[in-house]
Design a protein around this ligand. Structure first.
Ligand code: PEP
Length: 253
């Protein structure tokens, strides 16, 4: 039984006052806390403010949006998984399409980051997803297969991949208000589960959580979560407002 995970990706947004407001306003029932995991991934500069503001809400785990694969060294501007762990992080997003698109990250980079996060005891949330062009050219399956193979399954020999999380985020649905239909999302999440199962075995694939991301909102979360291979959401814009994130985390079954 996979526990649903809803992770908020604040991207390069927010400030200390916003963190305090969010933490103040975020209230969720004990029933939800017991059956769903939740995380917020703010910019690095807001992590200590987050820890202070959300001290009384340990059920909201802290996450990061990126990490380097090295543990330390001359990598100006980078942060290592060990540093994130020390800062109180539980998880870290890697391979987000914005990192792939604007910072030239490829599957091999994402795979090194995933391995380094696992080594540091963090939960990697590995993102994959096709562009609109790729989908319209009938290449969705090929793109997803290549990304899952290169980003995740290149580490099949590690033997500890059950803890990772894979996020399916169609690039055309990110920040566009255009959500994939629940059937489209299920089709790809089901494909990802099959790819994982073929290489890692059914037991590992059954344990790995697969999230959907792309314009998730309080009013479409229930429908997405009704699908068998969707185990939660990676939420951008709607995670910046406590009321929206509460509505998503508290979706009706
Ligand atoms: C994201 O960037 O991970 C994302 C899913 O964004 P949004 O929810 O705003 O589409």
């Amino acid at each position: 039984m996979r526990m649903p995970l809803i992770a908020g990706n604040w991207k390069m947004n927010g400030d200390v006052a916003g963190v305090e407001k969010f933490a103040d306003e975020f209230e969720i029932s004990q029933d939800i806390i017991e059956k769903r995991q939740m995380a917020i991934c703010p910019p690095l500069t807001l992590m200590s403010a987050w820890r202070a503001a959300a001290e009384s809400k340990p059920h909201i785990k802290l996450g990061a949006q990126n990490a380097h694969w090295k543990s330390s060294g001359a990598y100006t501007g980078e942060v290592s998984p060990g540093m994130l762990k020390e800062a109180g992080c539980w998880c870290c997003i890697v391979g987000h399409s914005e990192r792939r698109q604007y910072f030239g990250e490829n599957d091999a980079d994402v795979n090194k980051k995933m391995n380094a996060l696992l080594d540091a005891g963090l939960v990697p949330i590995v993102c994959v997803g096709e562009t609109l062009e790729e989908r319209e050219a009938g290449k969705m399956e090929q793109v997803i297969t290549t990304q899952v193979s290169g980003s995740v399954l290149a580490s099949a020999d590690r033997g500890d991949l059950s803890v990772i999380v894979v996020a399916y985020e169609p690039v055309w649905a990110i920040g566009t208000g255009k959500t994939a239909t629940s059937d489209q999302a299920q089709e790809v999440c089901g494909l990802i589960r099959k790819l994982l199962s073929d290489k890692l075995g059914a037991a590992s694939a059954d344990a790995i959580r697969i999230l959907y991301g792309g314009s998730v909102k309080p009013d479409n979360m229930s429908e997405l979560m009704s699908k068998p291979d969707i185990d939660g959401g990676l939420v951008g814009g709607a995670s910046l407002k406590a009321s929206d994130f509460m509505g998503i985390v508290g979706y009706k079954e």
